[in-house]
Design a protein around this ligand. Structure first.
Ligand code: GDG
Length: 755
């Protein structure tokens, strides 16, 4: 016998055998609506035979409700049923529950969810007795990501006060269910009722079935049905689809009943997962059309779920994602990046793919050692400080440069397996500057563009890179190089002029008989997303913050915690303002939101320490019983929270020492009430300062100057505030994230036409 058939033959003939079968996507194919996913008469007949075969216990273990299981499967005598992932079990005759549920709490949650679901056609709430499942299969692709983020944020907020529940990310749905109630309990239940030497076979297709797979005992085994096996799974075996499962189950019956069936005899046994290729969902080299646009970035637009090796579907929403998702979708494209997971060894994983995600995703895992050397190392300790003009913070190392090159090769390798050689490829940011040359070496002929999200430094700085020539040469393998501002374009051109024999022309660089187009594409935001009415689910928390601020004027800073953002300098200037203009004492509150970032890079931990010390000092020296000068929030907020904070602020205090663009500045402008807007106090070293000329521009290196500018911003009268804001809003509304993406893709496609 081969391919595990012997294993299955022995298991199938064990005197006591329990079959625990998930329903949707496992026993029957998933349908558009649950009502359409019904068992065929053949399936009912098969289940009847199994449930009544000697020594066999057969159970359906489902997330569905009791009524649905009763209605579809209740007629199968002897079949055990488990509903709502284990909250309900039906033994020989009647149902009983395994946990008590606070219906009032679920009612309250449902009330919170209704307005969000109502605003998103195609989504729906499935109220179970002990859980609430929000389905979003039908939501329009372009809105799906934002919807998932919003719902997840709302649920997570609710869970903070309801720890007895947990969140579950299921296929095209997210479910809140009682903590600890899961399909694993069903395995114990079935085992207790069977003979002591029972062997269990668990079969399922989605993450909720992992609890069953994890409950395997010695001699038991789990089978995953369908394409979900690209995620980490405790199942060891795989079957293609429900039809293959039916065949397998019939084979088990035959083996148990008919003594003459002694091997696989033409009947398929499951494939060992370990024997399957690592990139199961991929067509190796697209023969037909294939995706016509591939985006590549280090990070994918999805947050990492540490329990799952694949990026999950909770989206990291920002203007960039919202802008790219539609252009990718329109072109039937794909987004490739690092999964966020590391693996042992010194090779990147094969590429995996999730076509259902929006936008569709592909990813690779990187070796842990590369992550340290490539990402924390060359990217964040060499390129990041250098491109942001912090030469004192740079650290170069040969091994980190090598790891950077290898990671870039791995992305190129993955890209080649995903798209045809003539597809357009849009590469993002400083992590993947070598990808175009790696792609060209592999024979890619389609247009390749790079958009750099951070500044491009002047030649004096760029020349400090020991591998500057090679890096520049690799950059010239792109067809289109996009930067946020004309200043960065000029810096790039001056580096090329100084360090290479290439000819710099009006709109690009002539190099090795090709023209590399170099231009500014200032990234914007989606202004409307900061102008929506406040989300009621966020109002309470924000209200508490506003209450603590009282009637003082709000000065607001929002940044990732990064030394480029100039947070300590901002605090110093705020303190200086209190000293120079003491009448502001008790009348102004500075709220600084710092989103945790790169916490495993030591410089970032130091920066945090520095900020916390400064906040403590200012509050200690200047605070009074009823007034806390600085509120420092080391956390992230949802978009709706941010919009409310922006709107309430009298001054947007956004003073990076250097920043590629700075989208927070644009978001602040978009969120203001035009009839009584706040003032944008913006560093002249943010890329955004090029467009946002009507902001109050300041120099964050000059403490007293910035203190005076802050005082001026706080004193600014309504007519001036309104005039400045109107001009700023016009700018922010004209060049958005959507126009940016469309312009860049059009320029990339123009490269192809020109060729
Ligand atoms: C890089 C470049 C360039 C902030 N706090 C929270 C939160 N945010 C969102 C903001 C904004 C984004 O993060 C930050 O974007 P920035 O542009 O300000 O800065 P970087 O993260 O450094 O971005 C920068 C950008 O790339 C784009 O090219 O502008 O120069 O450094 O959208 O709203 N989002 C959530 N919670 C928060 O607490 N969800």
């Amino acid at each position: 016998m081969k391919n595990g058939a012997e294993h299955w033959y022995r298991l199938a003939r064990n005197p006591a055998l329990a079959l625990l079968l998930d329903y949707d996507g496992t026993l029957v194919p998933t349908a558009n609506t649950p009502e359409e996913a019904r068992p065929s008469p053949e399936v009912l007949a098969l289940l009847t035979e199994l449930a009544n075969a000697p020594g066999v216990t057969c159970a359906i273990v489902s997330g569905r409700q009791r009524e649905a299981l009763d209605e579809m499967l209740g007629s199968v005598a002897g079949l055990r049923l488990v509903a709502e992932h284990g909250l309900w079990r039906r033994g020989a005759t009647s149902w009983f529950s395994t946990a008590s549920v606070d219906m009032g709490a679920l009612d309250e949650l449902q009330t919170l969810l209704i307005p969000v679901v109502d605003a998103h056609p195609g989504s729906r709430i499935e109220r179970k007795t002990g859980a609430i499942c929000v389905h979003y299969r039908g939501v329009r692709r372009s809105r799906k990501e934002a919807f998932v983020v919003r719902v997840t944020a709302l649920l997570e907020e609710w869970l903070r006060t309801h720890p007895e529940y947990e969140l579950l990310d299921v296929i095209e749905a997210v479910e809140t269910r009682p903590r600890g109630v899961n399909k694993g309990g069903a395995v114990a239940w079935i085992r207790e009722r069977a003979e002591p030497d029972v062997r269990c076979i668990m079969v399922g297709n989605d993450v909720t079935d992992e609890d069953m797979f994890a409950a395997v005992g010695t001699g038991d085994d789990g089978i995953l049905v369908g394409p979900g096996y690209r995620r980490q799974t405790a199942a060891r075996w795989h079957l293609e689809d429900p039809a293959a499962l039916h065949t397998f189950l019939r084979w088990i019956l035959a083996v148990r009943i008919d003594e003459t069936v002694q091997d696989e005899s033409g009947l398929p046994s499951p494939m060992a997962l370990a024997s399957l290729p690592r990139q199961p969902c991929i067509e190796p080299a697209p023969e037909g059309r294939g995706p016509s646009l591939l985006a590549i970035s280090n990070r994918l637009p999805h947050l990492r779920d540490p329990s799952c090796p694949a990026p999950n579907r909770k989206q990291n929403v920002g203007g960039l994602v919202s802008a790219l998702a539609p252009v990718i979708a329109e072109r039937d494209g794909l987004w490739l990046g690092w999964s966020g997971n590391t693996i042992p060894g010194d090779q990147a994983s094969a590429v995996s793919r999730d076509r259902e995600a929006s936008p569709p995703l592909a990813w690779i895992d990187l070796p842990a050692v590369w992550h340290e050397q490539y990402y924390n190392g060359f990217c964040n300790r060499a390129l990041w400080p250098l491109f942001h003009s912090f030469p004192g913070r740079i650290r170069f190392s040969d091994s980190e440069w090598n790891a950077y090159a290898m990671a870039n090769e791995a992305f190129a390798e993955a890209a080649c397996s995903l798209v045809r050689p003539d597809a357009a490829i849009w590469v993002h940011d400083y992590h993947v500057l070598l990808v175009a040359s790696a792609l060209r070496r592999r024979g890619h002929t389609g247009p390749i563009g790079l958009f750099l999200h951070i500044p491009f430094p002047g030649a004096d700085l760029f020349e400090m890179i020991p591998w500057a020539d090679g890096l520049l040469d690799a950059l010239l393998e792109f067809d289109l190089l996009g930067f946020h501002t004309p200043g960065y374009v000029a810096n790039f051109r001056s580096c090329v002029a100084r360090m290479t024999p290439a000819q710099v022309s009006d709109d690009g660089v002539e190099h090795r008989g090709r023209t590399v187009r170099v231009a500014a594409f200032p990234l914007g935001i989606i202004p409307e997303s900061f102008q929506e009415p406040a989300d009621p689910s966020t109002a309470e928390e924000i209200a508490a913050l506003f209450q603590s601020i009282g009637s003082t004027q709000l000065v607001l800073g929002v940044d990732r915690l990064d030394y480029t953002k100039g947070i300590p300098e901002r605090l110093l200037a705020f303190e200086r303002m209190l000293q120079l203009f003491p009448s502001w004492k008790g009348r102004v509150s500075f709220v600084q939101v710092s989103v945790p970032s790169r916490e495993d890079v030591p410089e970032y931990a130091e920066q945090r320490q520095l900020i916390e010390t400064a906040v403590g000092r200012i509050n200690g020296e200047h605070g009074e019983a009823h007034w806390v000068p600085v509120r420092y929030l080391y956390r992230s907020y949802g978009r709706s929270h941010l919009a409310q904070l922006y709107r309430a602020a009298r001054v947007g205090y956004i003073t990076p020492l250097r920043d590629g663009m700075n989208l927070v500045a644009k978001e602040f402008v978009a969120a203001q009430a035009p009839e009584d807007p706040g003032v944008l106090l913006l560093s002249r070293f943010a890329g955004a300062a090029v467009e946002l000329r009507e902001a109050l521009l300041t120099n964050p290196y000059h403490t007293e100057g910035m203190a005076r500018d802050l005082d001026r911003a706080l004193r600014m009268e309504a007519p001036e505030r309104k005039a400045r804001h109107a001009a700023l809003l016009a700018t922010v509304s004209r060049t958005t994230a959507l126009t940016w993406a469309a312009d860049f893709v059009a320029a990339l496609e123009a490269v192809r036409s020109a060729a």
